[in-house]
Design a protein around this ligand. Structure first.
Ligand SMILES: [Zn+2]
Length: 357
């Protein structure tokens, strides 16, 4: 075979091989790699052209024309494959980015009141309906209003039991986060007397309180409602009547109550208040530990020292007071087993227990 025929046949097989490869290219990147390997500076065609230099000068134009035809055929095939692959790539991208417009949208849920806030509102409303005025007080208190005026002097063991958070001292007066809502009792009576009023005075004081405690039934921040009434001849019978009405209204059934003697520094006599178990109707269950009774709050007749600390004549007037834990009552009413659920902000709990307004 002559030199020129050998070159021609090399070019023919190169062309056939290249066209087959272009047609089989999977994507545009693969095609680009093939373009370089056949038509690039170090490509297969350049390699064949090296042989042209060895031909006699008369043969060179003949083979030159043949080379150009091959180049052109390759370029055309590349362009055709490229166009085909570009269409395919676009179709794939459209498929990948496809949006199903028939899918229904995600609804944004309407909010609900936090179960504790709802309980707080509910409890306050019951007392409001009974004629108690709503009062509030500061959450950062001094020792006088939180302890001293409530008959808890500095050496009193109840101070240690309160697990108090003290606030960084800014003045000579030590400040703390109130450990109960009872300071509102002191503040309200003082304000009331300062305005020249005389009892009767009946107040409900809802709010946040703080103690350094955290477990299944304790949280460092929780809610209390303080209720008190001061008048002439207020007795334990009034206290019991108010408690019975309140607890039966709150639990939406006639609940039995019992008062157990207890000790609190700010009331005398003092009583723990139990209700007949709302889960087993007094028969005894796991919640009431088989006793049929559940402790719900502390109460008593306001200690004469407390009345005197704000300037109320304790010979002429008497009063009752009690403080209840809002979380505890909501847990009992809704059957919530762990107090920490209230503060974990788990939306599954909140949307199930929250109350639509
Ligand atoms: Zn029970």
């Amino acid at each position: 075979m002559s030199e020129i025929d050998s070159l021609k046949s090399q070019l023919e097989s190169l062309q056939a091989e290249a066209l087959a490869a272009f047609a089989a290219a999977a994507d545009l990147d693969a095609l680009q790699a093939l373009r370089v390997s056949y038509l690039g500076k170090k490509g297969a065609l350049t390699e064949v052209l090296k042989g042209v230099g060895k031909l006699p000068p008369a043969d060179r134009p003949v083979i030159g024309k043949f080379v150009n035809q091959t180049k052109q055929a390759l370029a055309q095939a590349l362009d055709a494959s490229e166009a085909k692959l570009a269409v395919k790539a676009k179709a794939q991208r459209i498929e990948a980015e496809r949006i199903d417009v028939t899918l229904s949208g995600r609804k944004r849920g309407a909010g609900a009141l936090h179960p504790v806030q709802h309980g707080l509102d509910e409890i306050t409303a019951i007392f409001s309906q009974m004629g108690f005025a709503v009062a509030e007080g500061p959450e950062i208190e001094d020792e006088f209003h939180n302890f001293d005026a409530l008959n808890i002097p500095p050496e009193h063991p109840a101070r240690a039991m309160h697990d108090t958070f003290f606030v960084k001292q800014m003045s000579d007066t030590p400040m703390l986060l109130r450990t109960h809502t009872s300071p509102v009792q002191i503040r309200t009576m003082k304000r009331f007397l300062a305005e020249g009023d005389e009892p009767p005075l009946a107040v409900v004081a809802p709010g946040r309180v703080y103690r350094c405690d955290y477990d299944v039934t304790h949280s460092p921040m929780f809610h209390q409602v303080e209720v008190f009434k001061v008048d002439r001849d207020v007795s334990m019978a009034h206290l019991k009547g108010v408690l019975k009405h309140f607890l039966s209204t709150y639990f939406e059934k006639d609940v039995a109550i019992r008062l157990r003697p207890h000790y609190f520094p700010f009331t005398e006599p003092s009583a723990e208040v139990d209700i007949g178990c709302v889960f087993c109707a007094g028969k005894g269950c796991r919640i009431c530990k088989g006793s049929g009774w559940i402790e719900v709050l502390g109460s008593g007749m306001i200690h004469p020292n407390v009345l005197q600390s704000v300037g109320v004549d304790s010979d002429a007037f008497s009063g009752f007071a009690f403080g209840l834990g809002v979380e505890r009552l909501v847990m009992l009413k809704q059957g919530i087993p762990d107090l920490r659920l209230f503060f974990e902000n788990d939306v599954r709990f909140l949307s199930r227990m929250g109350v639509a307004k």
